[in-house]
Design a protein around this ligand. Sequence first.
Ligand SMILES: Nc1nc2c(ncn2[C@@H]2O[C@H](COP(=O)(O)OP(=O)(O)OP(=O)(O)O)[C@@H](O)[C@H]2O)c(=O)[nH]1
Ligand SMILES: [Mg+2]
Length: 170
Amino acid sequence: MGDAEKGLFSVIEKLKGKTEQELRIVLLGLDNAGKTTLLKTLASEDVNTITPTQGFNIKSVTTNGMKLNVWDIGGQRNIRTFWKKYLENTDLLELSELIDEENLKGVPILIFANKQDLATASPASEIAEGLNLHTYRDHEWQIQACSALTGEGVQDGMNWFCNSIVNKKK
Ligand SMILES: Nc1nc2c(ncn2[C@@H]2O[C@H](COP(=O)(O)OP(=O)(O)OP(=O)(O)O)[C@@H](O)[C@H]2O)c(=O)[nH]1
Ligand SMILES: [Mg+2]
């Protein structure tokens, strides 16, 4: 392929928005849960100047040889009605409420039990029980204790996700 063709090829791939190793992740959760902090930690950015998200943020991060396009959608009540709009072609969803969405068939679910650096944080096991995760039969799921602020547990969660995608493709 010549340079011009390569350039065109990469533009087409970008327009298609998805190559084999490029995945789309949607991060959902209540306001103040720490989604934007998590996203910034994943992207190795400063987490000290974050304000509530009024719409959404998108960042691309590369991990485990995969390009992850992560959508971080504001969790305030008035924004939650728009969540479903973001769910087409999604490779990962965080949040149980939308589990039966047709667009999310077979999508693995990773739940971050965030803020574990706080003494008052609920343990992951309690959250798993509260969300009835054991009743989910149609999605692979995992709960990961983490602190988006310190980064602890964040990479473990992403490793699980990347492995589950790789295993699905086998
Ligand atoms: N102690 C502690 N605080 C955290 C952690 N993650 C986020 N926070 C704090 O929680 C607050 C809310 O974090 P955000 O990342 O803005 O939360 P969000 O889920 O994006 O909120 P919305 O955009 O409103 O949906 C901020 O003050 C963060 O510093 C964590 O792991 N530990
Ligand atoms: Mg936010």
